[in-house]
Design a protein around this ligand. Sequence first.
Ligand SMILES: [Cu+2]
Length: 163
Amino acid sequence: MNTVFAAVSRSLVSRTLGVALLAGVSLSAVAQTRVEDPWVRATVAGQPSSGAFMRITADTDSTLLSVTSPVAKDVQIHEMSMTNDVMRMGPVDAVPLPAGKTVALDPDGYHVMLMGLNGQIKEGDQVPLTLTVKNAKGETEVLNVSAPARAAMDMSHDHGMTH
Ligand SMILES: [Cu+2]
């Protein structure tokens, strides 16, 4: 429990710093990072959290720093990992985006957790996501993505129960 709590706190601190740094950075006019096939898992009424998934390709060695969305009070980037045959999930500070390599955010690896949902996400809803990416030169790029909600087909790990 303590380990998880420490990791969450660190992620919140880094997000706060990221926002502070953003204010002094001029944004590049040319999008250098591509987001493909974004989607959000639709929820049932009362479900507290959901996941967002996509494929991201950056043209220089970059880092996904954070994701925000107006539909959730807290958005975290999580990583699934297998340790001694036990599947674990926890927040990470950032996701490396190597130049030219497509990085998938999917239910089995890195994924975006929408925590503290403000309401039900129904199939077909368009969920706004804002991604902050830093490139190799230290420039920050903000990507606004509209992710359609799809029905929950894979209930193999229900985040609503584990968080
Ligand atoms: Cu998760």
